[in-house]
Design a protein around this ligand. Structure first.
Ligand SMILES: Cc1cc2nc3c(=O)[nH]c(=O)nc-3n(C[C@H](O)[C@H](O)[C@H](O)COP(=O)(O)OP(=O)(O)OC[C@H]3O[C@@H](n4cnc5c(N)ncnc54)[C@H](O)[C@@H]3O)c2cc1C
Ligand code: FES
Length: 358
């Protein structure tokens, strides 16, 4: 990789002198996608099967990336049937080396991308990779009393946080509590590493095996962690659990002390409007965005490489300027049609034909 990186750097310099009208980056990306600066790629250099449906992909980027903070996520693009599909994955590795990182993907039944990444991506495959984003991170200094509540693949960003703490601030794990749920002990993602962590640090691990004990409720959580209200809490898991926790913290705790990461966007509005044709004016790509289809999803299906992060309206990575026409916010049905205004393409549909500067 080091040699390839050097060749890439030298080739970039030479190409900058000799290529027109192709930009050097276009040419280098054609020679080897790993050299492209504008469309960063990573190579899968290792795979680790965590459970029957969850796999960790170890990625290597030839160029140093923007470093992530523990708990953040990246966009991962993978080519399926000739179309680049993008999804968001939390970084499960510690932020030690800006050229290596890991994402841990659970195959969702019926999902387009997760099954392909978790089960059908070989070592050596190329994926695209976006910049890190997200607010699900610990503040500095780290709060004295930490609580993590996770279920299923929701452990992934917390694993990144825990691994980072072991490396950089192990004292913060002393007295911290992790309540982690999955169906059975064998299906608990990162189960053996977490048990080892609990045995070797001050972290208290509470496993809940839902096949035998049922789903975690706020009352069961309060039984397991009686001082929950005195702790700063990071929670990630299915929407039902997160909604229940948010309601509990609203009623009986301090809502500001609960930090939540959602993997699935809230349900869209019942009436998604008419849809329309979207034109991305920078790339010139045009696509049909049917009723309820986000502009981003429509553009990606037509081959557009669009900036994205959370894909659910929280990170503002995907914003483009509205040049003409109107868009509908798919979360609440509001229509916006003021030229020049910012549009989050991941949660906006077309309200008739629309042009977006992207
Ligand atoms: C900030 C953020 C971080 C994320 N981090 C991770 C991570 O570390 N590991 C990981 O495995 N996933 C993570 N996800 C979820 C991931 O981005 C995809 O949504 C997931 O892999 C499913 O993609 P898919 O293409 O297979 O399913 P899609 O084809 O997009 O959806 C198929 C169906 O599955 C449902 N669905 C989508 N995602 C989930 C889910 N996570 N659980 C249950 N049902 C779902 C959808 O509602 C839909 O009905 C994260 C999402 C966000 C927003
Ligand atoms: S991708 Fe995060 S707001 Fe759209």
């Amino acid at each position: 990789m080091g040699v390839l990186g050097d060749i890439g750097r030298r080739a970039r310099g030479a190409a900058a002198l000799f290529t027109q009208p192709l930009l050097p980056d276009d040419l280098l990306g054609t020679l080897n996608p790993l050299w492209s600066a504008s469309e960063p790629h990573a190579r899968v250099v290792g795979l680790r099967r965590e459970t029957a449906d969850t796999t960790t992909l170890l990625l290597h980027t030839p160029r140093a990336r923007t470093p992530h903070r523990a708990g953040q996520f990246v966009g991962i693009g993978t080519r399926l049937d000739g179309v680049w599909q993008w999804r968001t994955y939390s970084v499960s590795s510690r932020p030690r080396d800006p050229r290596r990182l890991a994402v841990t993907v659970t195959a969702v039944p019926g999902g387009t991308v997760s099954g392909a990444l978790a089960h059908r991506t070989p070592v050596g495959a190329l994926v695209r990779i976006g910049p890190p984003a997200g607010e699900f991170v610990l503040p500095d200094p780290v709060p004295e009393k930490l609580l993590f509540v996770t279920a299923g693949s929701g452990i992934t960003p917390v694993m990144g946080i825990l691994r980072d703490l072991v490396d950089t601030r192990p004292h913060a794990l002393d007295g911290a509590v992790l309540v982690h749920c999955d169906r059975t002990p064998d299906e608990l993602v990162f189960g053996s590493e977490l048990r080892r962590l609990a045995a070797t640090t001050g972290l208290r691990l509470v496993e809940r095996h839902t096949a035998a004990e049922g789903r975690l409720t706020p009352d069961a959580l309060a039984d397991a962690v009686p001082d929950w209200a005195a702790r700063e809490t990071w929670a990630c898991g299915p929407a039902g659990l997160l909604d229940a926790l948010a309601g509990h913290w609203d009623r009986f705790g301090d809502p500001d002390a609960l930090h939540v990461e959602r993997f699935v966007a809230p349900a869209p509005v019942a009436d998604p409007g008419t849809g329309g044709r979207v034109t991305f004016t920078t790339s010139g790509i045009t696509a049909d965005a049917g009723p309820g289809v986000a502009l981003m999803a429509a553009g990606e299906s037509a081959g557009a490489l669009l900036p994205n992060g959370c894909r659910m309206g929280i990170c503002h990575t995907c914003v483009g300027k509205l040049r003409s026409g109107g868009v509908r916010d798919l979360r609440n049905g509001d229509v916006h049609d003021t030229p020049g205004q910012s549009v989050r393409t991941c949660v906006s549909g077309a309200a008739g034909d629309v042009e977006i500067e992207l």
